[in-house]
Design a binder for this molecule. Structure first.
Ligand code: ATP
Ligand code: MG
Length: 515
């Protein structure tokens, strides 16, 4: 198993950090480091976003720079305040601080519009009447060049008039677009006169009905970075092909020009990492909400019991590289165990009880035994646990006819009850249907605390509770979201929903709440 990093281990110098370190050394950005985390508020953050958050905020912290939280809220059709609120809560919970630098792309709509007018004046943008289908048709393919739009040769004046008319609502949705005039034969399809603005009569959660044209990602994103003085604009690999366009827009405008750097996004087994698909699970009621504990969302992981430190250590452990791969869910769980092991007090609980009567223990006697609260935390102290003649253990800790490698309780065998005594099983009692209903055991009074005075070897230690003293608890056990390792692995015409979605297991599928 991979060694899990923690808050104290220095962060590896991955390729992004190497670039930042080099730039700091050469004074490329006047030795400033300024990153941003730019979520689109169209869903809740997931563990993949945590990778990006820890990278951007982490770099800012390590290089004594700054990191902005910026909402990329350019598509009113899919975005909303609920998502803004949840994202703010989740980034804070993860332990990061953007100080006063909370920004919204929508605050820059006027500046973006003014920049668009500038591009038109430079003859580098034009208003196009092609429909979305015609635009797609004109774009060509990887092997064939595109065809120029018949509207490409409009004069600057006509473009200015039409674009201003677009802004004041003279046209219906989809009727016109503003496009960059680049090269319809460019080998990179993103450079074939990409759309910068579309007409969309939709209310925006922040700007209301002020705008009926909305900028597209490639046009907007570089401007946001530029306006905020970002130095390293870190994004995921699928934007590598968009970098030439990012650069083209900023060069064409002759404005401050950050450097875009791409890294591989996180994929995890047994779950999905796409907001669109997670939204479908929520909308179709396949999970109880964005914070369903089976979800890979930060709110779901939080409800499931994940700590921010465990998630940060996971992000540090997987590091950052240039190649897409899928990380085993077991590594995330391992990171959680490492953290909880150090911080969580233990209690003993039995989920599927099997009764044991200690035949040589006096009836009515109760004694208090000392149990350590957390073996990994000396400061956590200890508690007293009641022990009596009748206790329960986990049903799966007993086998009447054990196979070779089963070392727990069996007829005639001696095991240790944690913090209590060594016990030996003498008799198996069954009910009318042949089911084991209880065991009769004896305890060895010489072994109080679970120690064998003669040093005899005991191969198993079981947890237990005294039947009369046990408290009821609601226990919620969850499996992975999907039963299948790669839920995107489907036949043609199917989607991830054909796979079995795990419900809970154990005592009715419900967070461990122990008092
Ligand atoms: P999705 O595909 O889930 O909709 P997205 O990339 O569209 O994700 P954004 O809100 O735009 O979601 O993402 C904000 C930031 O988080 C971006 O910089 C994006 O690159 C990064 N990010 C998103 N998903 C992952 C992932 N799985 N691994 C690493 N970074 C990610
Ligand atoms: Mg995105």
């Amino acid at each position: 198993m991979t060694t899990v990093e923690n808050e104290n281990t220095p962060t590896k110098l991955d390729f992004v950090r190497s670039i930042v370190a080099e730039d700091s050394k050469t004074g490329k950005w006047d030795s400033r480091v300024h990153t941003r985390f730019p979520p689109e508020p169209n869903g809740y953050l997931h563990i993949g976003h945590a990778k990006s958050i820890c990278l951007n905020f982490g770099i800012a912290k390590e290089f004594h720079g700054k990191c902005n939280l910026r909402f990329d809220d350019t598509n009113p059709a899919k975005e909303g305040q609920e998502y803004v609120d949840s994202i703010i809560e989740d980034v804070k919970w993860l332990g990061w601080d953007w100080e006063e630098r909370l920004y919204f792309a929508s605050s820059y709509f006027q500046q973006m519009y003014d920049y668009a007018l500038e591009l038109i004046k430079k003859g580098k943008a034009y208003v196009c009447d092609l429909s979305p289908e015609e635009t797609r048709d004109h774009r060509g393919t990887l092997t064939e060049p595109g065809r120029e739009s018949p509207y490409r040769t409009r004069s600057v004046e006509e473009n200015l008039d039409l674009f201003k008319a677009m802004k004041i609502g003279a046209f219906a949705d989809g009727a016109k677009t503003l496009k960059a005039k680049i090269d319809m034969a460019h080998p990179n399809l993103n450079m074939r006169d990409p759309v910068m603005y579309r007409v969309l009569h939709a209310s925006h959660h922040r700007t209301g009905d002020d705008w009926c044209i909305y900028p597209l990602y490639d046009w907007a994103h570089g401007l946001e970075d530029s306006l905020e003085g970002i130095t390293h604009s870190i994004c995921t690999l699928e934007f590598e092909n968009h970098r030439p366009l990012y650069d083209w827009f900023l060069d064409a405008l002759e404005v401050y020009h950050p450097q875009q750097i791409e890294f591989a996004r996180l994929n995890l087994t047994y779950t999905l990492m796409s907001k669109r698909k997670l939204l479908r699970l929520v909308e179709e009621g396949l999970v109880s909400g964005w914070d369903d504990p089976r979800m890979p969302t930060l709110s779901g992981l939080r409800r499931r019991g994940y700590s921010p430190a465990a998630i940060r250590n996971f992000c540090k452990t997987i590091s950052v590289n240039k190649f897409n791969s899928t990380v085993d869910m077991a590594l995330l769980e391992h990171c959680l165990r490492q953290d909880l092991n150090k911080t969580s007090p233990r209690v003993m609980a039995v989920l599927n009880p099997l009764k044991i009567v200690m035949t040589n223990y006096p009836e009515g006697q109760v004694e208090e035994l000392e149990a350590i609260n957390n073996p990994e935390d000396p400061d956590a102290g200890s508690r007293m646990v009641p022990f009596s003649r009748v206790i329960t253990i986990e049903r799966e800790d007993f086998m009447e006819d054990p196979p070779k490698k089963f070392f727990r309780l069996a007829p005639g065998r001696e095991v240790r009850l944690r913090y209590a005594y060594l016990i030996t099983c003498h008799k198996v009692i069954k009910d009318g249907e042949g089911q084991i209903s209880e065991l009769h055991c004896t305890y060895d009074p010489q072994t109080r605390g679970g120690n064998a005075p003669d040093g005899r070897r005991i191969k198993a230690t079981l947890h237990w509770v005294s039947e009369a003293h046990a408290l009821d608890a609601e226990v919620r056990l969850y499996d992975h979201l999907f039963a299948k390792e790669n839920p995107d692995d489907v036949n043609e015409g199917e989607d991830f929903r054909v796979h079995k979605i795990n419900s809970g297991r154990g005592t009715g599928g419900l967070d461990a709440i122990f008092t």
